[in-house]
Design a protein. Sequence first.
Lengths: 750, 159
Amino acid sequence: MSEAREFKYIGQSTIRPDGFDKVTGRANYGADLSLPGMIWGKILRSPHAHAIIKRLDTSRAEAFPGVLAVATHSDFPSVTDQAIESGEGSLTLLDLARNVLAKDKVLYHGHAIVAIAAKTSAIAEQALALIDIEYEVLKPVMDVREAMAAGAPILHPDMFTQGLAEKPTTASNVATRLEYKMGDIEAGFKDADVVVEREFYTPTAHQGYIEPHACTVRFEKDGQSMIWCSTQGHFDVRASTAKLLAMDLGKLKVIASEIGGGFGGKTTVYLEPVALILSRKSGRPVKMIMDRDEVFKATGPGSATRSWVKIGARKDGTITAMQGRLAYEAGAFKGSPVMMGCMTAFTPYAVSNMYIEGFDVVVNKAKVAAYRAPGAPQAEFAVEMLVNELAVKLGRDPIDLRLQNAAQEGTQTIYGPKFKRVGLVECLEAARDSKHYQQALAANQGRGVAAGFWFNVGGQSSVHINMNPDGTGTIVEGSPDIGGSRASMQMMAAEAMGIEPGRLKPIIGDTENVAFSAGTGGSRTTFATGMAVIEAAEDVVAQMKQRAASMWNVTAEQVEWVDGVALNTAGEDRLSLAEICAGADRTGGQISGRGNINARGAGPSFAVHLCDVEVDKDTGKVDVVRYTAVQDAGKAIHPKYVEGQYQGGAVQGIGWALNEEYIYSADGLLENAGFLDYRIPVASDLPMIDAIIVEVPNNFHPYGVRGVGESGIIPPLAAVGYAVENAIGVPVTDLPLSPPRVFNLIQGKG
Amino acid sequence: MAKLHITTSINGEATEFLCEPHETLLDVLRNDLQMTGTKEGCGSGDCGACSVTVDGRLTCACLVLGVEAAGREIGTIEGIGSSDKLSVIQEKFLEHAALQCGICTPGLVVSTQALLEQNPNPTEAEARYFLAGNLCRCTGYDKIIRAVLDAAATMRGAA
C-alpha cells in the first residue's frame, strides 16, 4: 500500500452500527434468548480439588418432580482422541470431554460432574443435592514446583513428558518440555560485562469478562440442532460440539449472540455440548447460565507461571545473551501457552544469542484458556523487569537502552521468521518524546517502562455483501464482534466501495449463513476479516462496473469507479451505485460480493507503556498516578476503538499486576470465586489512560492494518512492577503487588 | 409454593406479575417480564450490570426480591431514551466510544443517570467513585468517565 494514501472514511471515529442496541439494552447476549417450552440446566461441580469418583448414582435426582433430563460423561459417544482447533487454546477431544463432564476423576475444585435439566432453575438446583456421589479424596498439586517435584501426586497416570531426549518410563505432571535457541548462549554471556538474573512468579488470573458463559440450545427430532451462545468463535463451538457428540457439521447451527467480553476465555466450550445432550434427552430447548462462582472455578483462567531469566550486556549497552526457563501451569489438562511464552519473551530485542526452555505442567486447577496474548504477559514481565534493572546497572535511560537493542525490520526472531517492517522503534521514540516521560516524579513515586510483543494472526475469514435494490447493503461476516469491529468492517467496505458507511449494515452471520470463519482471537478480526470485507467490497465494485458497462455497451475496462459512481470513460455517462442496484433486475439479477480468504501476513503489534505509581509506605497500597500506552496499529481504522483496546489492555494488565490472583486453601479449594474478593480494577482505582497511536503500516493489508487487541496487556505487568520497584527501592519478583506483599517488601520481609 | 401476585410500576407503566418468593427482581425482569436490558454479571451485587432504580434509588436488581417491588416505582434501562431519541448520556457513550462489548453499558447508563440527578456537575473523582460499583472489563474506564463528564456538561448547558 502507499503510505501517503488519503482515506475518505478510514481513520474517522464513526458511531458504531450496533451502538443504539447496546446503550438501550436491546442487544441480546448469551443469556437473553428464551424459547417456547424451554427448561433450565444446572451443573453439579466437584467440592474437591483432586479426587476419584468411587460411586455416582443419579437415580434420586432423576426421579425428582420437574427434572426432565440428567447428563453425565457416559452420555458422550465414544470418541477417538484427536487435536481440535479451538481458537487460541488447545485441548484434545478426550480432554475436552473430560473437562466438560468429568470421567472417573475430578481434577479441580468446580470440575463439572453431572448436569440436570428441570422445569425451573430452582428445581434443577434442588435436584443437584439428590445426586449420590462418593469420592476418594487425593492430595492436590497446586503449583508447578510441587507438580514437578519427585514423588508428586500424579494427575494423569497415562501422561509421559513429551520433548525429552530420552523417552521417560514414569508418568509425570510435565506434559511437554520444549526449547528455542539461537546463536551460542555461553559465548554470549562470556561476551557480557554485566549480567542480571532473577526468578519471577505470576499468579493464576482470570479474564474477568462481565458476562458469564450462557447458551440456549435446541436438539431437533430430525437431527438438526441449534446453539445460541456467547462465544468468540461460533464455528469453533460447532466443530467442538459436533465432534464431542459425533454429529455432522451440517446438522448443527451455531448462532453467536452478542458477546459480553471474552479476552480469549470464550474460545472453547463448557456448557454447549452438555446443554445439547440435555435437550436431546428431554426433547425440550435448554438454557444454561453459569453463576459467577462457576465462571471463576471452572473457566478461564490464565496460567500461573514461574520463570527464571538471565540477561548479559556489554558496557556499551549491547545485549549479548538472553536466557530463560519458563514453567507454566496448564491447569488440569495439558495445553498451557508456554510455547507462546518462549516465542515472545525475548522477541522485542535484536540479540544474537538466545536460549529458552519451557515446561507445560498440569496442576489441580481449572484448565487454562487463552487470555489476551496468551502466554506473553508472564514471560515478557520477567524479561522487561530485568531490562530495567540492566539499564540501572549500565547507567542508561531504559528507553534509550531498548532503542539500542530494539528488534526492527530484518531482525531474526527466535521462533523462525525475520521481521518485516515493525514499529517498536517508533513506539519507543513516541514514549520517550511523550509529556509523561518528561514529567518529574514526586516523593514516594516510581516509574516503570516496558515493551510488549505479540505476533497477531491471520487465518480464514468469509464475507459476503448483499446489495439491495435501493443501494443499501448488508455485510455478512463470521467473526463475533467483541469490541466494536462491526464499525471497522463497515468503514473498510465503505472505503472500498466509495459510499457512506451508514449505507452498509454489518452483521455476524450464523454458521449456516456465512462460510467458515475463524474466531475472534489473535487480534485477527480487523486484519483478516477486514481483508475479506475489502475483497467482497471490491467484488461488488467489479460487478457494478460490469453492469454499467453492459448498460452502456462498453467493456468493463472502460468504466471507472469514483466515489461510488461508475463513469464511462468512452462518453459522458455516469451511474451511481444506487442506480445500478435499482436496475440490477435488468442487468442480470441482484448483486452480491464475496470474499473468502486465508489471510497471511498479520503484522506484529509492538507496545510500549509508561507507568507512574505512588506507594503508601505505611500500608503498601499502590496507586497508579499516570499511565501512557503507546502501540503500533499499522493503520487505525477507527481510532477511538483502537485507543479503547490500548486502554482496556493496560487496565487489565494493571489489575493483574496489582490485585488479581486466585487464592486457594491448603486443600486446593478456590477461596475467592467472586468479584468482591477477586478484585478487578474499578473506576476509582485509576487515572485516565493516555493512548498514543503509532502507525507503521503492515504492507500485507490493503489499508495497512495490524491487529491491536492483545499487545496492550503485555507491558503493564513490568511497567507497574518496575514502577513499584523504583518507588520502594526493593527488587520485585512476585505478582500481584497487593498491599500486604508491597508492605512486606518495604519491611524487608519480601 | 404458590406464586405471589405483585403489582408495581416499571418505567412509569403499571405492571403486574407472578413470582416465586425466592426470585430476585432481576429474575423477574429478565425471565418473567422479558426485560433483558438489565444484565446479570454476578448475582451478588458486585458488578453493577443489573443497576436499576427503586423509588429513584440506585440498586442492584439482583439484591432485591421480586416481591419487594410491590407498590414501588422501578426504573430500568428500557425506560431511558426512546426508540427515536436517545438520552444525552446514551449519545455521549456512543460518541466517546465508551463501550466495547457493551454488557456493562445498560447498568452504567442507569448509574450515570442516577449520578447526574444527584450531582449535575461531578468532578472526575466524584464520577469515578460514584461509578465504582459498575465493573467494566473492556475499556479501562477512560472513555466512560469522559462520556459521563461530557454528558453532565451538555445537560447543564441544556438545562
